[in-house]
Design a protein around this ligand. Structure first.
Ligand code: SF4
Length: 505
């Protein structure tokens, strides 16, 4: 249900070859991607030296009076921007502040700034290596790990391409990164499986080049989408345009959850708009659940991630899509981005359900995913209270049965309702008449990508990277034996330490 889950980060970066101030492009590029992270935002610009602004919360509105002071404090023609939701490190106020991106590091006069989206799996191993070179290093976020590791390699190898190549070989996890060296080299790269999105585009006059997590960050700046970075690809942008180099490719495993939930519907992946794929999810759900379609009176969606699938379901079935759920337009907090103790507070405040439209009706509710099940339960309760005769839940993302190691905030088996319950049991728990998930086959087909090009780790327990798979298997063994996880799996020191993250229930 829209409003229950944290995601990782959004990246935007740009260079203006006419040496004009890049800040306005950065600002709009990252503001268009605020849905990828609400906890903090930040900018780094470069004009021979780095200039930084970082703060908690949403990217702020900039009033006419403040434009000058913003551009004065962030001068330069190259820049990075980031919005962040923490999936690693601590989440107290001070840690959130110090974990804000982009990050800058320096060693022996060599400088580097990066903006990062993803999650490192072999955290502890990297931390050990980094502490040998930076003894006082204190870990706040994975971006710092990547930045320091890259800096160590850059200092040794003197060449950014070789340094990135070593990082790709030695860091396990998801990382889509853009960066600037102290000498003003502007670049981006993706991990060897290309798990998180990152695309490249240019301005119509050929003088601006940009990298963005989603194409919507390019659109808002009137930039033209050129390509999505390939797994293990390094791309530099300069007077010669983009220079692409494939460095370390181990496969392709693009996050399937981006299609169902995270990405903006108007962003493009693999040459398809996300909203078109979501419409197909709705059509699939209709085809796969004819029994319920025949019984139901109407469809409703919980805006907004369910809307496109609801439209597809409506098209396929002819059932009325009752637009009986409306967002309170200026209540902008998204419940998924709140910390756990805040999760329930805003659900009722954000969405208005028009009771008389569901009274006495058999309703199909389109949901993008069920993670913990708490939001779904609240919605079913609400519809029952308003007199709905039956409540069926259709879920576009297949049942989540395992944690994510790559930047999505679901790090333990214990928190996932689908890891221990069948759809029938889940229906009972949330109080629905039925819960039906889209099949994995149907989901994959709708994306237009091949199954072996997608990460389906959290819905199959088959992970693309080896350490993640080993950790997941070990932890699962403890979990089904009845042990309770007490920490994030990927924060275990090594395989033997997964046991220390469990306690007997
Ligand atoms: S495990 Fe799930 S959420 Fe995580 S990257 Fe893979 S598909 Fe995406």
């Amino acid at each position: 249900m829209s409003g229950h889950l944290g995601m990782d980060c959004g990246v935007f970066a740009a260079i203006n070859l006419d040496k004009e101030t890049v800040f306005p492009i950065l600002y709009w590029g990252i503001r268009a991607q605020n849905h990828r992270g609400h906890q903090s935002h930040g900018f780094v610009t470069y004009d021979g030296q780095f200039h930084v602004h970082k703060a908690l919360d949403l990217v702020p509105k900039i009033s006419r009076e403040n434009v000058k002071s913003w551009t004065a404090k962030l001068p330069g023609h190259i820049g990075l921007a980031n919005v962040r939701y923490t999936t690693s490190g601590k989440i107290d106020h001070a840690s959130l502040q110090s974990g804000t991106q982009p990050v800058i590091a320096e060693k022996n006069g060599v400088k580097l700034a990066i903006s990062f989206n993803g999650n490192v799996v072999n955290t502890r191993q990297l931390l050990k290596e980094i502490k040998e070179v930076f003894p006082s290093f204190s870990y706040n976020c994975d971006a710092e790990l990547i930045c320091r590791k890259l800096l160590i390699e850059l200092t040794e190898q003197k060449d950014i391409v070789s340094a990135v190549k070593t990082c790709m070989e030695e860091i396990e996890g998801a990382f889509s990164v853009s960066g600037i060296t102290g000498e003003g080299k502007f670049f981006a790269f993706k991990d060897p499986y290309g798990i998180r999105p990152l695309c490249a585009g240019h301005g119509r006059n050929g003088r601006v080049y940009a990298f963005s997590s989603e194409s919507a960050g390019l659109n808002i700046n009137d930039l033209i989408l050129d390509f999505e970075l390939e797994p293990g690809e390094f791309v530099a942008a300069s007077e010669d345009g983009f220079k692409r180099e494939g460095l370390v490719r181990k496969g392709k495993a693009f996050c399937a959850f981006e299609f169902a939930y995270f990405a903006r519907p108007d962003s493009r992946f693999d040459d398809k708009y996300v909203y078109e794929i979501r419409e197909e999810f709705g059509r699939n759900l209709a085809r796969e659940n004819q029994d319920i379609v025949k019984d139901a009176d109407l469809i409703i969606s919980m805006p907004e991630t369910g809307n496109d699938a609801a439209y597809g379901l409506h098209e396929e079935t002819g059932l009325r899509w009752e637009r009986a759920t409306r967002r309170h337009r200026f209540v902008t907090e998204r419940a998924f981005i709140l910390l756990p103790h805040e999760r329930f507070k805003t659900i009722d405040k954000k969405i208005n359900v028009i009771g008389e439209k569901v009274k006495g009706k058999k309703v199909i509710v389109i949901d993008d995913s069920i993670v913990r099940g708490d939001t779904t339960r609240v919605v079913v309760e609400k519809l029952r209270k308003m007199g709905a005769k039956k409540v069926y839940i259709f879920v576009t993302f297949p049942r989540i049965v395992g944690p994510c190691f790559y930047g999505i905030d679901m790090a333990t088996y214990g928190e996932l309702i689908g890891s221990k319950h069948t759809p029938e049991e889940i229906a009972k728990i949330v109080g629905a008449d039925a819960v039906r998930y889209q099949s994995i086959e149907g989901f994959v087909k709708a994306t237009g990508m091949r199954r072996d090009e997608l990460c389906l780790g959290c819905i199959t327990r088959r992970y693309p990277t080896p350490l993640a798979q080993q950790l997941a298997d070990k932890m699962y063994k403890w979990f089904i034996k009845g042990y309770k996880e007490t920490g994030r799996i990927y924060e275990a020191v090594d395989l033997t330490e997964t046991r220390s993250l469990c306690s007997k229930r």
